[in-house]
Ligand binder design. Structure first.
Ligand SMILES: [Zn+2]
Length: 118
């Protein structure tokens, strides 16, 4: 599969994730999706990101601001329902709250982040 084909599948699955969120009482606004190498380097140097191989550089990741009852939240337990659903949409999908898909809160946690890691 070509990168462009993965990008289109990713975008379609993000639409499904957004619908699922609203059906479950979570509202979303967009954070970053596509990111330049220059911006990624700034994040790595400041510790906000751990890698120069981010899927944001390939248009295969998006960060959402999640709202519950009009309140912005980064709470792992609240957002996990989205991570679990996201993983059902494609085997390559990963949630930043559970990179290794072990269902526990460990390691580097990035709850707003959803990616297709191919
Ligand atoms: Zn991200």
């Amino acid at each position: 599969m070509k990168l462009s084909e993965y990008q289109r599948l990713f975008t379609r699955n993000i639409a499904k994730l957004i619908e699922f969120a609203y059906k479950n009482g979570l509202e979303l606004t967009f954070g970053e999706a596509y990111r330049t190498n220059e911006q990624q380097l700034i994040y790595v140097q400041s510790g906000k990101s751990k890698t120069m191989n981010s899927d944001h550089l390939k248009r295969l990741a998006v960060d959402f601001n999640v709202f519950v009852n009009n309140q912005l939240t980064y709470d792992w337990n609240t957002i996990k329902i989205l991570g679990d659903f996201w993983e059902t949409l494609h085997p390559a999908n990963r949630w930043g709250g559970d990179w290794n898909k072990n269902d526990i809160k460990d390691g580097f946690i990035d709850t707003p982040h959803f990616e297709m890691h191919v």
